[in-house]
Design a protein around this ligand. Structure first.
Ligand SMILES: NC(=O)c1ccc[n+]([C@@H]2O[C@H](COP(=O)([O-])OP(=O)(O)OC[C@H]3O[C@@H](n4cnc5c(N)ncnc54)[C@H](OP(=O)(O)O)[C@@H]3O)[C@@H](O)[C@H]2O)c1
Length: 242
C-alpha cells in the first residue's frame, strides 16, 4: 500500500494511548518511527521494543512539547535524515466547568495542545520541504474541537485552533506534495478517558467507545500512497457521535 520502506516519521505522545497505536501501526508498515514521549520513558521504550520485535525500525526522543526551546533543541540535536512524516498527537485535558477553569488550566491546555503543535512542526517543516519527496503531516484534534463539549472550553479552544492551523498549513505545503490532515477522534479508550460514565457511552450512536487502533488505522491510511491527494481535511473517528 505504501512505498515507505525506511522513511523516517515522528509520532509525538507515543508512549501510550492513541500515539502508541499509531507508532506501532506505522512501524509495522515499514516506516522508521521516532517514538516521542514526555514523562513516560518506560512506556515509550516498550513501544520501541515492540516495533523492533516485529522487525521494524524505531528510535526514541523526549521533550516537553509545551517548552518551545526544549522542543527545538531536541529536534535539532537529532541526527539523520529529515522526517518525511509527522503525527502531532501529544495532548492533554484539564476539564472543568468554565467558571472553575483558572488561568493555569487554560494556559496548560493551550500551551501544550496548540503552542505544542507550533513548537513541534516549526523546526521540522523546512527540512521536510528540502527532502523534495513529498510528505505527510497528521494533527490530532477532537470532536470537542468540532462541536465543543461541556467542561472542555479550554480543550475545545485548543482543538479548534489545531483545525485552523492544519487547514492553513495544508494550503502552504500542497505544492510540495506534503499533505496536512487532521484526525478528530470521538471518545477513545485511553488513560485520558478513564472512567467514562455510562450515559456518555450511551450517547454514542454505536454504543461503545473507540479503540486506539481504530484511530491508528486512519493515520496509517493517511500516510499511505493511496492518500496522496487527500489534504486539508478533518476526518472524525467517532462511532457517529457527530
Ligand atoms: N482519548 C480520547 O478519547 C481522545 C479523543 C479526542 C482526541 N484525543 C487526542 O488524541 C491525542 C492522544 O490522546 P490519548 O487519549 O492517547 O492521551 P494519553 O493516553 O493521555 O496520552 C497522551 C500522550 O501525550 C503525551 N504528552 C502530553 N503532554 C505532553 C507534553 N507536554 N510533552 C510531551 N508529551 C506530552 C504523553 O506523554 P507522556 O505520558 O510520556 O508524558 C502521552 O504520550 C491527544 O491530542 C488527545 O487530545 C483523544
Amino acid at each position: 500500500m505504501t512505498t515507505c520502506a525506511g522513511k523516517p516519521v515522528l509520532v509525538t505522545g507515543a508512549s501510550k494511548g492513541i500515539g502508541r497505536a499509531i507508532a506501532l501501526r506505522l512501524g509495522a508498515a515499514g516506516f522508521s518511527v521516532t517514538v516521542h514521549y514526555g514523562r513516560d520513558k518506560v512506556g515509550a521504550e516498550a513501544v520501541v521494543a515492540e516495533i523492533r520485535t516485529g522487525n521494524g525500525t524505531a528510535d526514541i526522543i523526549d521533550f516537553d512539547i509545551a517548552n518551545r526551546a526544549e522542543t527545538r533543541e531536541a529536534l535539532e540535536r537529532r541526527t539523520g535524515e529529515a522526517y518525511w512524516g509527522v503525527v502531532a498527537n501529544a495532548g492533554i485535558t484539564r476539564d472543568n466547568a468554565f467558571p472553575a477553569i483558572d488561568g493555569d488550566a487554560w494556559d496548560a491546555v493551550l500551551h501544550t495542545n496548540l503552542d505544542g503543535l507550533y513548537n513541534v512542526l516549526h523546526p521540522l517543516v523546512m527540512p521536510m520541504i528540502r527532502r523534495r519527496d513529498g510528505g505527510r503531516i497528521v494533527t490530532m484534534s477532537s470532536v470537542s474541537g468540532l462541536i465543543g463539549n461541556r467542561g472542555q472550553v479550554n480543550y475545545s479552544a485548543s482543538k479548534a485552533g489545531i483545525i485552523g492551523a492544519t487547514k492553513a498549513l495544508a494550503i502552504e505545503l500542497a505544492k510540495r506534495n506534503i499533505t496536512v490532515n487532521c484526525i478528530a477522534p470521538g471518545i477513545i479508550e485511553t488513560a485520558m478517558t478513564e472512567g467514562v460514565p455510562e450515559e456518555v457511552t450511551s450517547a454514542i450512536p454505536m454504543r461503545r467507545v473507540g479503540k486506539p487502533e481504530e484511530v491508528a488505522s486512519l493515520a496509517a491510511f493517511l500516510f499511505s500512497d493511496d492518500a496522496a491527494y487527500i489534504t486539508r481535511q478533518v476526518i472524525s473517528v467517532n462511532g457517529g457521535l457527530c
